[in-house]
Every structure is written in structure tokens, then in C-alpha cells.
Design a protein around this ligand. Sequence first.
Ligand code: NAD
Length: 476
Amino acid sequence: MTPSHYIDGHWVEGQGSDCIVVHDPSDAQPFAELLAASSAQVDQAVAAARRALASWKTVGAAERAAYLRGFAEQLGLRRDALIALQMRNNGKPRHEAEVDLDDAIATFAYYADLAEQLPAKNRDVPLAAPGFSARTRLEPVGVVGLIVPWNFPLVTSAWKLAPALAAGCTVVLKPSEVTPLVELAYGQIAETLGLPAGVLNIINGKAETGAALSGHNGLDKLSFTGSNGVGSQVMRAAAAQCRPVTLELGGKSAIVVFDDCQVDQALDWIIAGITWNAGQMCSATSRLLVQDGIAEALLPRLRQALAALRVGNPLEQEVDMGPLTSQAQWLKVAGYFAKAREEGLACLTGGTALDREGWFVSPTLYVDVPEDSRLWREEIFGPVLCARRFGSEAEAIAQANDSRFGLVATVCSADLDRAERVADALEVGHVWINSVQAVFVETSWGGTKASGIGRELGPWGLAGYQSVKHVTRCLG
Ligand code: NAD
């Protein structure tokens, strides 16, 4: 077994009891194994981050920015290996793995710029009362635990690591047990750059390791991305210590297609919103709302286009969609196909696991799905699209908002005034108008309702790792 934990500037083997077996989802074969970190190793990682904090938070803005630019550059130098690993371990088509890498690079570059601007953000605060002066200082929150899922491992970790390091925090990152290898690159880069020991620690493990980290009393904050079930456990662990938490959780997002849309263009947006990463996106637009006037023209074309997608092993051929990333996810999606049959849903295409080795399912479209269907209400996390029709703008907004989640939405319309109006009325964290899943590092990411607490990316992402201190002086 190769050392797969980076603690206090050293590579170490796991001493936990869990064995993590890493698979290629395209053939369901294992290709690596590692031992999880023990709880003593979680303690060591948190202690190392604590020791490193005092000096890392005083590192000057220019130096911190230089480290972050170093991460961006070093990711670029590892481009081919990181793309290949994401294709093999996640089953991502090549073009998607490339986008992920570019997104991670852009994130480090962006937060390098923000790190450089930090001193200018400390400012005097004018007071109405005479005899006092006041100023603010933005300080790092401290030692942060970062727990991430498997669907966009390089990117999700970059969205946390880059702002946390920019703010002057030290971190312990726990990648998902499904994809424990790709984020080790961040440890290798830290080593190459000579990042001080303990500033960035990486521990691998399953739920037990995650729980040991989220319940650790040596942390000042937790930032978690993953499922709602685990998110609430993480929040409980944080609550026990009155510790702040950022949660990026699930979604069941709507794509609203008005009847003034061009069908071809709408098809591209709908299909990308449900098949990118084989639909394993928190932001998948898995509830399609089609206006009555375009439904008859659109739905048969959508069925044809989904059925024509090239699904296969991204390492062997050019594909539009790869497999689901884990057997557990494959079984979960297959379970929803069974529920759809029980519910008697009308399936226009797909609705089955593919009869071949690997964890493949067909892109799937159910239509006229009742509002109380479990497939309409629950996050499936696969290429499974449920459609309903609507008449008026008000009806579209009401149906879109009728969800416990509130992560994102897409609005497709040639009438931009209407699209903006609908965007304003949707109860979500991010709306795309006539575009699909376009995430820019300058904009915020995060949801309302059960989709989470807090925001990542943009200045909001940095603020999540900062604490505001006021210094008030009596002038008398
Ligand atoms: P998950 O909740 O099962 O696991 C996420 C992480 O938590 C993993 O590292 C896992 O090992 C760890 N973990 C598991 N049990 C734990 C525990 N008891 N305590 C602490 N940590 C624990 O999620 P997943 O299956 O890896 O990812 C899919 C989910 O993530 C979906 O619900 C998806 O919507 C969500 N997600 C959300 C966003 C977002 O930005 N909102 C982005 C990506 C994924």
C-alpha cells in the first residue's frame, strides 16, 4: 500500500481498520487499495494544523498569494495525470475531466488575487459618537475541517482549500472514500512548493474518519459538501461544540422552458443539465418544466436525443456520458427505476441499468410525473429527468419552488424580461438564464432551504473562512 495521508508535511500509511478499495466504474474492477486513517491520525492532523496556524496566519499577503499561484501552476503541470485519473476513477468523459481541472486551477488563481487584496480590506470605521476611533481586521477563522464528496473531487476541494488558505486558515481535508487518490495531488503540490508543514493535511477514510474529524474538538470550523443525511450529522457534531459550519448539500433543481424557446437550443441546455457527470451533480436540473405550447415539439426530440447519447468507457472511446461513479450510486439509481415502475410513471426512454460490465445506466426521461412522485421530489443523483407541463409563468414559478431543496435553476426564454422576473422569483442560490451549469469563480455557490448553509466561491467563499475583529480606541 502506498502512503495516502499527508500529515504535518509527511506522507504516511493509514493505521485505521477500514480498507478503502478504489474502483474503475467502467469495468467495476478495483485498481488501488489503501488503509484509512485511524482516529489517532486524525488527532495528529488536527494538532499539526493547530501548530501551523500561528505562523501561517501572519504570512504576508504576497507570500500567501504566491503559494496559491503555485497550486494553480502545479495543477497545470500535472494536467495529463489528473485528467486520466478522473476519467478512470470517476468515469468522467475527457472533456469533463478537463473542465474540472481548469476550474480547480482558476479557483486557486482567483483566491491568490483575493489574498493579495486582503490588507486593503482592513479599514477604519467612521463612528457617529465623538471621542472614539474604530477599525476592522479580517482574521482567519482558524483550523478548519474540510469534508468532501466524490462527484467533483478536485473542484470541490479547490473551492474549500483555496479560500481557506487565502484567509490564513490551516486545514485538514478528508476526501471521499470513493475517490481518495486525486486530491493527494494537493499534498504533493504542498510538498513541491514547500508549504509549511501542517498548513495542509489530508486524511483519507470512510464515515468513521469523517465523524472523527467533524466531532474533533480541535477545529474552529467545518466545511462540508455532501448528502443531507451526513450533513445533518456534521451539523450536530458542530452544534455540540457551538462551532460554525458551512454545508453544501443536495438539490432537486428545476429547468423551466418557455414556449418562445428554440427547440434545438433548449435541448442542449436540458440534456447537459442532466447528463453532465452522468447526472451526479448537486446542481443537476432534474425537474423539467415545459410550457404547454412547446411540449409536443420538444419532448419527442428530447427522447430521441437522450437515446442517441454515446454512453461508454471514457478511456476506450469518445463518449457523451460515462458510468455512475460507484456501485452504491448505481444501485441507488436502479432503485429509483424500480420505484418509477411501481408508481407507473410514463418512461419515454431509459429507465434501466445497462446490461454490460461497469456501473452504467441509460439516460432516462419520465413525463407527466405527478407532483407527489418520489422521483419528482427526491434527489436521485443520476441521469434521470422527470418532466411536467405548465401553462402560465406563475404556475412555472410555483412548481419550481415546490421543493424542499433550493440549490439552482435554469430559465430558458427568448423574453429576457420574463426570464429575469422568473429568476428573481425562484427560491434558489443560483439561476442560469439561457445557459447551463456555467459556474464562474467570481460568482457565489450554495443553496437555500435544505440545499445548505453558507456560500462558496467569490468573496463570499473567502468570507466563510474569515472572522471580523473590531478594534475601538478611546481618543480622550
Ligand atoms: P456523503 O454525504 O455520503 O459523503 C460526503 C463525505 O462525507 C464523504 O467524504 C464521506 O466519507 C463523509 N462522511 C460520511 N459519513 C460521515 C459522517 N458520519 N461524518 C462525517 N463525514 C462523513 O455524500 P456523497 O455521496 O459523497 O456525495 C453526494 C452528495 O453530495 C449529494 O447529495 C450531492 O447533492 C451532494 N453535493 C452537494 C454539492 C453542493 O455544492 N451543494 C456539491 C457536490 C455534491
